[in-house]
Each structure stands twice: as C-alpha cells, then as structure tokens.
Design a protein around this ligand. Structure first.
Ligand SMILES: Nc1ncnc2c1ncn2[C@@H]1O[C@H](COP(=O)(O)OP(=O)(O)OP(=O)(O)O)[C@@H](O)[C@H]1O
Ligand SMILES: [Mg+2]
Length: 282
C-alpha cells in the first residue's frame, strides 16, 4: 500500500536534510509505527506521503502510484489525523464533521463516530470550548469519517487519559480487522507495542532498525532471570540459558522461598534508548 525508497527531503531555506534516504513498505491491513525522538522526521515523512510537502527526492508511492502523480483523489483513499488538531472553533463538533462530510460521497454517520469517542453529549458544543483531549478525539474520528483505505495518524493518543486512549486504540485495532492500512507515529512505546505489527525507529532522518515489536524484544533481550528470595535485601540475577543446570540457582531454590521472580525481557522503552541513544522525553 505504501512503498518508500531512498526518500530524501530538505525544507526550503534549511541547511540540513530532514529525511535522509529512508526506505520501508507498509502492507495492506498492517499497522506500522514510526518511533523516534522529537525532530527525527516522523511528521515530515507522513506529510510527504499525504502530499503536504512537495519537492522530495526518491520514491514515495501510495498504492503503486508516486505521490506527486496523485490528483486530489488521493484524499478519498487516505485519511489524515494531524499532530495538532485544526478544527473550526466557532462550529460545534457535529457541524465540524458535517462540514467535512460534504466533501465525500460515502461517509460514516458523524453522530455515531462522536458517540464512539465519548463526545455525543458534546456534539452541539462549540469546539472552541473543548479541552485538548476532546479536540484530539474529534480530530481522530474526522480522520476516518470518509472510510479511507489508508490512515495516517500522528501521535493519536497524545494528551489522552488512559481510558480514552484505550477507546482510540481499540478503534485503530478494529479498523485493521476491516483491512485498513494504518501508519502511526508515537512517543508512547506501550501503545506501539499494543498496536503495531511492525515499527521503525527513526533518528536524525534515518531509519536505524525496523521489525515487529516481538522480534525487537527478542533481539535486545537480556536473557536473564531476576529473583528476590524471602528475607534477602537484593535481587539476584541468573542467566536464563542453562538455568536447569545452574547449581547455585538450584541450591538457592531448595533453601529459600521466592518473593518475586521475573525474566528480564527488553521493553520497547529500553530498545528506544539503545537504538536512538536518547531518553524517551528527549
Ligand atoms: N516547516 C519546517 N521548516 C523547516 N524545518 C522544519 C519544518 N518542519 C520540521 N522541520 C525540521 O525537520 C526536522 C524533522 O521534523 P519533524 O516535524 O518531522 O519531526 P518529528 O519526528 O515529527 O518530531 P516530533 O516528535 O517533535 O513531532 C526537524 O529538524 C525540524 O526542525
Ligand atoms: Mg511530529
């Protein structure tokens, strides 16, 4: 559905390329996540793909057609959830959706969408009076109002409380079951793990690594077991390999009760820090 090869982009008037020769493909029905520090080029890549930025070099194809060759038909095929919501603040939530509904032949029912994200009782309120999270939810449902095949979501759960974030994530997963292709960017490693079939880590405009969250975790795993024995102050760490023959571990097991026991899989947070060399709030 999305095919990017050696994509490069430099904003006019800047010294440095924001995107430096990246390549990736996203299959139909796949949720693909772009993870990376602030300023690494996540939004820029998405903006090239939905034709907001022109003058890129390399290949950027949507459904086998180069983005620059798409007419406005592209916007029937794709839906876009912008990083910063842009609504008509003087209009109500329902009026906002109804306005965009007019651009398309086929759409979902706006009121049903508002209900899905807990905005039904606010449907007739001016969006200017909405909280940030309410605007984000409206922005999210607007992105797939016209039932697009491909959805670009820039930080879809940013600024949402855990319950609302779960509602949004459940809808994203439901859209995948309908065969939609979804490209998200996020700083939330936990969300990426729950949602994405594959993720790419992008740093300074380059993709550093790309795989499923499961494979990444196995590859970066510590292969160790952390045990806190009862009445002991500190946890002990044992190698998972050959654990059944590890005399010191087996003797400890015979002599002590266990308080807690955990294998130490790498989390996506660990991998983010390893791959990008930056902390999560960088
Ligand atoms: N309109 C613009 N003009 C010039 N430079 C820009 C513009 N927009 C972004 N950049 C630069 O391009 C680079 C990539 O920015 P981008 O917005 O793609 O990052 P991001 O990964 O989406 O970051 P964040 O996580 O903060 O949203 C940054 O160095 C940024 O300063
Ligand atoms: Mg961004």
């Amino acid at each position: 559905m999305i095919d990017v090869k050696n994509l490069t982009y430099q904003y006019p008037g800047t010294e440095k390329q924001a995107i430096r020769g990246i390549s990736f493909s996203i299959l139909k029905g796949e949720i693909f996540g772009f993870l990376g520090p602030s300023g690494s080029g996540k939004s820029t890549t998405q903006k090239i793909l939905f034709k907001l930025l022109s003058g890129y070099e390399g290949q950027a194809q949507i459904d086998n057609r180069e983005v620059r060759n798409w007419s406005n038909d592209l916007y029937t095929k794709i839906g876009v959830g912008f990083e910063l919501p842009n609504h008509y603040l003087k209009l109500t939530a329902l009026e906002n959706l109804s306005f965009f509904k007019n651009f398309y032949q086929h759409t979902h029912n706006p009121m049903e969408l508002l209900e899905r994200v807990g905005l039904k009782e606010h449907a007739h309120r001016k969006v200017g009076d909405f909280s940030k999270g309410m605007k984000m939810r409206l922005n999210f449902v607007r992105s797939f109002l016209h039932d697009p095949e491909i959805l670009f979501l820039d930080e879809p759960t940013s600024g949402l409380d855990p319950v609302t974030a779960k509602v949004v994530k459940d809808i994203i997963l439901e859209l995948r079951t309908k065969g939609k292709t979804i490209f998200i960017t996020t700083h939330q490693m936990h969300d990426a793990e729950q949602l994405c079939d594959r993720v790419a880590f992008i740093v300074d405009g380059e993709i550093k690594t790309m795989d499923s969250p499961e494979n990444l975790k196995i590859r970066h795993s510590h292969r160790s077991l952390e045990v806190l024995f009862r009445n002991q102050d500190a946890k002990e760490v044992f190698n998972l390999d050959g654990l059944g023959q590890n005399e010191s571990f087996l003797n400890k097991l015979k002599q002590h009760e266990i308080e807690t026991i955990h294998s130490r899989e790498a989390t996506l947070d660990d991998i983010f820090i390893q791959v990008t060399g930056k902390s999560l709030d960088a």
